[in-house]
Design a binder for this molecule. Structure first.
Ligand SMILES: Cc1cc2nc3c(=O)[nH]c(=O)nc-3n(C[C@H](O)[C@H](O)[C@H](O)COP(=O)(O)OP(=O)(O)OC[C@H]3O[C@@H](n4cnc5c(N)ncnc54)[C@H](O)[C@@H]3O)c2cc1C
Ligand SMILES: *[C@@H]1O[C@H](CO)[C@@H](O)[C@H](O)[C@H]1NC(C)=O
Ligand SMILES: *[C@@H]1O[C@H](CO)[C@@H](O)[C@H](O)[C@H]1NC(C)=O
Ligand SMILES: *[C@@H]1O[C@H](CO)[C@@H](O)[C@H](O)[C@H]1NC(C)=O
Ligand SMILES: *[C@@H]1O[C@H](CO)[C@@H](O)[C@H](O)[C@H]1NC(C)=O
Ligand SMILES: *[C@@H]1O[C@H](CO)[C@@H](O)[C@H](O)[C@H]1NC(C)=O
Length: 535
């Protein structure tokens, strides 16, 4: 109390003594001053600020940004990147961006598909709050839990768990550079989802900064808000400082394999069979299918390669039995299978070369960065052969297409659609992710590839979930709709129901209650109820 009164006094002095000077201050200077006034600890932190004047600005902006499409020269850049060193800086950032009316974007791992954590097309000026320096992870094996600060990557969390135990793990994403902060806000699936559900299903507490700048935990935020942050998407409800997660048991030995079949090797027959069994196989087994276009056996020809990339929570012998009964068509043999520890399987599934030391997970670096556009679908009925053929033809027309199909069932069907905002549960056989990648910043390239993926998406409508056509919020897709100035609540519910089905209305109610001024907002943030927003 005393210190906040003191701060108000200091603020009053700063404002009154420099009011004429203040008007000539740049927005960056004002923000800097305001953070000083609102910070508790007098630690030196000038390096926490980077403006376009700093030589390091571009490096910092690009550091974790995953989609190069969102960094091209024509895309508006932030006026300032603020990298909090302590939790209280995050509170100060909320207070100051409100006070100075500077729009705020929140970045943990920078993997947002539409770059919403580091770009803002419509609202300027804006500041990027980069949480990359808040990345402490503490694992408590006896308690079977861990706290991870938002800026930690999932790879760091996995590494810290494995350092302490060979029989504990965590069921989140496959890509180790994902920021735990943003990742868990949208669900977070990975190769253990069929056994343990999503990362968000295994969150048991959280510390957040709300729109008033207060730090809340599960108890003080209440169950409505705690429900909303576990799947309702990032950047709508508050700033996650840290997640407390429940660890899950993993065997000391797991088995992985990757078996590839082109269309010339009965690829179509096998994928038809996979669609029938993928969600019904033993829940220790996760077989995703990665599809790419490769050279065909005849010179100059193309074919689609389907790669069955799997994690089994057990040894090879039991796996071979599961495959023999459930999916013999793939023809898995003992020599396709590799036994290893769970942490080694994390590296394998992520695509690191074999024998890469697990310490690489601490670097939080991603394996690839591209210009890309992606979309997602959920499939509730197998796609018939004619549908598959049309899909493969379209893939072969594109330069660098990629599809990833990942299986549901198991634990995913046992969790109710209302448990978290993530509603894609029982009845989903698999999810499709469509991607197109390119590697130059020419507008024509972008236009061409984005047009291709939009046409593919429109072709697939007949074969995927309907009313709504479901989509994964962590594969953010602005084609589905955007909050534009003047856009209506009804418009928002069109994309909202794709991501959240009927849970969207509960998200809107929570949002209206906890952030009535819509401070936390972006192109696809949860909107507030129209009547209550009228001032
Ligand atoms: C290469 C790659 C691989 C992927 N693999 C998987 C996968 O295996 N499984 C899966 O489920 N998803 C996967 N994703 C999608 C991923 O889960 C989402 O992009 C996720 O939002 C990334 O979180 P982030 O912190 O890295 O991203 P950011 O870009 O930092 O944030 C994403 C969104 O959350 C908001 N946000 C960020 N930090 C916070 C915070 N602390 N508090 C509140 N809001 C915040 C941002 O403003 C933004 O809207 C992948 C993405 C990429 C690019
Ligand atoms: C940016 O420049 C300012 C002014 O020179 C300096 O104080 C600050 O430390 C720089 N920031 C970084 C991240 O280097
Ligand atoms: C394709 O499947 C048929 C039977 O369905 C089999 O006879 C044939 O050998 C298979 N071809 C390849 C290349 O595996
Ligand atoms: C899901 O529920 C079914 C039926 O109750 C049960 O047999 C199965 O073990 C459950 N799966 C998981 C992963 O808990
Ligand atoms: C949004 O629309 C209102 C009225 O329609 C207008 O007054 C306001 O300036 C607009 N804001 C922006 C950022 O365009
Ligand atoms: C969550 O969404 C599901 C699927 O649309 C719906 O059945 C359920 O009623 C929703 N739950 C809440 C609490 O809104």
């Amino acid at each position: 109390m005393g210190s906040s009164i003191l701060k108000i006094v200091i603020l009053a002095i700063v404002l009154s003594s420099s009011s004429s000077y203040a008007t000539s201050q740049t927005i960056q200077e004002k923000f800097y001053q305001c953070i000083i006034v609102n910070s508790e600890l007098a630690i030196p932190f000038s390096t926490a600020f980077s403006t376009p004047e700093n030589a390091s600005f571009t490096t910092i902006l690009q550091s974790t940004a995953q989609n190069l499409r969102c960094l091209t020269p024509s895309i508006p850049k932030p006026q300032l990147i603020f990298t909090p060193l302590i939790e209280n800086h995050v509170q100060a950032a909320v207070t100051c961006s409100k006070e100075l009316d500077i729009h705020l974007r929140i970045r943990s791992g920078g993997h947002d598909y539409e770059g919403l954590s580091y770009m803002s097309e419509d609202e300027q000026p804006f500041v990027v709050l980069d949480l990359s320096k808040l990345r402490q992870v503490s694992v408590d094996i006896p308690d079977n839990t861990a706290w991870a600060q938002a800026g930690a990557s999932v790879g760091e969390l996995y590494y810290r768990i494995a350092q302490k135990s060979k029989t504990h793990g965590f069921p989140a994403g496959l890509c180790p550079s994902l920021g735990i902060g943003g990742h868990l806000t949208g669900g977070a699936y990975g190769p253990m989802m069929r056994k343990y559900g999503l990362g968000a299903d295994n969150v048991i507490d959280a510390r957040i900064v709300d729109s008033s700048g207060r730090i809340l935990d599960r108890e003080s935020m209440g169950e409505d808000l705690f429900w909303a942050i576990r799947g309702g998407g990032g950047g709508s409800f508050g700033i996650i400082l840290a997640w407390k997660v429940r660890l899950v048991p993993v065997p000391t030995i797991v088995t992985v394999f990757t078996v590839s079949k082109t269309l010339e090797e009965n690829g179509t027959e096998i994928i038809k069979k996979w669609q029938e069994v993928a969600d019904k196989l033993d829940e220790d087994l996760f077989i995703r299918v990665i599809m790419q276009v490769v050279e065909g056996s005849e010179k100059g020809s193309k074919t689609v390669q389907t790669s069955y990339n799997a994690l089994f929570l057990g040894g090879t012998d039991r796996l071979l039995g599961v495959m023999e009964t459930g999916f013999p068509e793939l023809g898995l043999t003992k020599k396709d299978c590799v036994e290893m520890s769970w942490i080694e399987s994390v590296l394998y599934i992520a695509g690191f070369p074999s024998k890469t030391p697990p310490e690489v997970l601490l670097q939080g670096k991603s394996l690839f960065k591209n210009y890309f556009k992606a979309k997602s679908d959920f499939v509730r009925k197998p796609v018939p052969e004619e549908g598959l053929n049309g899909l493969f033809e379209r893939l072969m027309e594109e330069d660098s297409p990629l599809m990833i199909w990942n299986p549901y069932g198991g634990m995913m069907s046992n969790i109710s659609e209302s448990e978290t905002p993530f509603p894609h549960r029982k009845g989903v056989i698999y999810k499709i992710q469509y991607l197109t990648l390119w590697n130059d910043d020419k507008q024509e390239s972008e236009a061409k590839h984005v047009d291709w993926i939009r046409r593919l998406y429109s072709y697939m409508r007949a074969y995927v979930s309907k009313f709504p056509r479901e989509a994964y919020v962590n594969y953010r897709d602005l084609d589905l709709g955007m909050n534009r100035n003047g856009s209506t609540f009804i418009e928002a519910s069109l994309w909202g129901s794709k991501y959240f089905k009927d849970n969207f209305s509960r998200l809107v109610r929570v949002k209206t209650k906890v952030d009535p001024d819509n401070f936390f907002r972006h192109e696809q943030s949860i909107p507030i109820l129209p009547l209550m927003s009228e001032k």
